[in-house]
Design a protein around this ligand. Structure first.
Ligand code: 5AD
Length: 432
């Protein structure tokens, strides 16, 4: 199973390699010493992950060649747009025309879009976001794997089902060998090239332990590793980068200071942001975003969340719904409607049209079984599959009844690939 298309290196200057994919040129950062022009490689998130023998690359490319162009055609057809439709609100068409011409939209215009209420107009917003996604990023869809290696957490976030509020959940920690085995399975059995290592804030694993986990996986198997273990400290970030981690997944959850403070006792938004800023400076790819539907949150807050995400040089936007967990103080707060999530995904696409990867989160899929397709047709272009061993993953209950929690990896891959195929997307990450 393969989640990337091999590319051919056409030139390397310093650490930047130019790579050709069926004639289309992309760039990626090279960290392989003996790489040279003419080599075939796999890249993820703008990093070259590994070389592969020419014969193997050519046989994979031969299979891909037809499918690749077929998928692009389907995608192009499904993302066509007609702004000439009759009866549309004038202001809306002016904003969308402006965005179609490549202009940067004003904050007030983005807010106008977030506030749309008429169904036909909301549908047009989604369609327009999908059009922009296709125009700038074509049909590639990132498929990353996530290993949740511990559900212990010493934080008391008011919404989170693995916070200290939850006295009922069965806590688990995977051993280092267990984590390596899960990574081995994901990479070598199922073909994942990018893995997120996630846990609650669990000081049982020291930075030394995390360094050992990251560096061992990197040494054994080529892959792109994102860490997602909460606030590991700025020194911790540096050490984990040196160990080989190249991405940080850390939501700032809410850019509204009041909301943040209320929901995260003992924590400061500025400390989260310091991590995200430092990580970017160190060279990490950033995955961040926030929760939608938190008590006290307004549409203006959501706009600020999107703008903050953009200002953090984010590689991948992760915005998902708040979902009430019975063992938390927010047990009785209702989740937001599907349309609010889709509007955020679509407006994020309009705010950052050219480069953004935008994730359809598992939280959104838990809220609405149609979420994945709806999100991918409203500006999103990334998904994450859970590759945590099932015995553990059922207890990573950040919210109840998580989507896919009783599906094996193979089943998740099959349903994902079949959806992607049906809407003309290629499960690839072709770099920048
Ligand atoms: N609903 C939705 N998302 C949640 N998270 C934690 N608890 C919930 C919940 N009840 C999300 C947080 C965190 C991520 C790992 O899980 O946004 O960053």
């Amino acid at each position: 199973m393969c989640y990337a298309i091999p590319g051919k290196v056409t030139s390397i200057i310093d650490k930047i390699a130019k790579i050709s994919y069926f004639g289309e040129e992309k760039q990626a950062i090279n960290e392989i010493d003996d790489l040279k022009a003419g080599d075939y490689i796999y890249a993820q998130g703008g990093y070259i992950i590994k070389k592969l023998p020419e014969a193997e690359a050519l046989s994979i490319l031969a299979v891909w060649k037809e499918t690749f162009f077929d998928l692009q055609e389907v995608d192009l057809r499904l993302s066509k747009l007609d702004l000439e439709e009759k009866g549309l609100d004038k202001k809306l068409t002016i904003i969308l025309d402006k965005a179609a011409d490549g202009a940067v939209l004003k904050d007030s215009e983005l807010l106008y879009l977030l506030n749309l209420e008429k169904d036909s107009e909301i549908q047009l917003l989604y369609k327009f976001a999908n059009f922009l996604r296709q125009k700038h990023l074509k049909n590639s869809c990132c498929v990353h794997g996530i290993i949740e290696f511990s559900n212990y957490c010493n934080q008391a976030c008011a919404y989170c089902g693995i916070s200290t509020h939850n006295k009922e959940v069965k806590r688990y920690r995977m051993s280092k060998e267990g984590i390596f085995a899960a990574a081995d399975t994901a990479i070598n059995q199922y073909g994942f090239q990018a893995l997120v290592l996630q846990s609650g804030e669990d000081t049982h694993y020291s930075v030394d332990d995390l360094v050992e986990i990251v560096s061992t996986i990197k040494k054994r198997w080529p892959c792109l590793i994102f860490i997602s273990c909460g606030e590991v400290g700025l020194v911790g970030l540096k050490r984990l980068y040196e160990a080989g981690a190249r991405g940080l997944l850390m939501r700032f959850e809410s850019s509204n200071l009041e909301v943040y403070k209320k929901l995260h006792p003992g924590r400061e938004l500025k400390s989260r942001l310091a991590h995200l800023e430092e990580a970017y400076k160190l060279g990490y790819l950033i995955i961040t975003g926030g929760l939608i539907g938190l008590p006290g949150q307004t549409k203006e807050d959501l706009l600020r969340d999107i703008l903050l995400t953009r200002s953090l040089h984010t590689e991948m936007y992760t915005f998902g719904p708040f979902l009430p967990h019975p063992s938390t103080p927010l047990a009785k707060t209702p989740p937001p409607p599907t349309k609010d999530i889709l509007k955020v995904l679509a407006v994020a696409r309009l705010a950052d049209p050219v480069n953004a990867k935008i994730l359809v989160t598992t939280g959104f899929e838990t809220l609405d079984p149609e979420a994945r397709e709806l999100g991918l047709m409203a500006g999103a272009n990334s998904v994450m599959l859970n590759v945590t061993p099932e015995e553990y993953s059922k207890n990573y209950s950040i919210y109840p009844n998580r989507a896919h929690s009783n599906e094996g990896i193979q089943e998740q891959i099959e349903t994902t690939l079949s959806l992607l195929r049906s809407i003309g997307r290629a499960p690839t990450d072709l770099g920048i």
